[in-house]
Design a protein around this ligand. Structure first.
Ligand code: 5GP
Ligand code: ZN
Length: 130
């Protein structure tokens, strides 16, 4: 059972911002800021590590298009595009989705902080990730 599949199949109502054969975008039920939108493939896929390239391409196009549309229409000054992959990263619904969160100022309802870890040798890091 997947709550987003139920939304896609219209078994659970949602506010649809955009829809085509492969992708749907809905308003997040808990609006972090006004216009907070979730973009997802209609095909059930758990996360970004599992999605195929074609589906990811289609979702990415919609994220790009809607980020511009939503920021313009809401008169926001920017946005965060967020994907939580895995429980450790805060994913609570295991159906791939991207958050588009319009930003209205530094003291609006979202705060993202990156805490530096101990200093790492970037050559060693590069070797690890390449
Ligand atoms: P995650 O934490 O997995 O990145 O984000 C899941 C998001 O789905 C949350 O922001 C949550 O508010 C939203 N959400 C959960 N259930 C529903 C629902 O039934 N309808 C809608 N529109 N959003 C939901
Ligand atoms: Zn699903």
């Amino acid at each position: 059972m997947c709550i987003f599949c139920d939304i896609i199949n219209k078994q659970i109502p949602s506010k649809v911002v955009y829809e085509d054969d492969d992708v749907i975008a809905i308003l997040d039920i808990a609006q972090v800021t006004l216009g907070h939108t979730l973009v997802m493939p209609k095909k059930h896929v758990e996360n970004i590590l599992e999605v195929d390239e074609d589906t990811m391409g289609k979702v990415s196009k919609v994220v790009h298009h809607l980020a511009k549309q939503i920021v313009t229409k809401t008169e926001a000054v920017g946005c965060n595009i967020l994907n939580n992959c895995g429980e450790v990263a805060g994913q609570t619904v295991n159906h791939l989705h991207f958050h588009i969160i319009p930003r209205y100022g530094e003291d609006d309802a979202i705060s993202l902080r990156f805490y530096p870890s101990e200093e790492l040798d970037l050559d060693e890091v590069l070797e690890k990730v390449k």
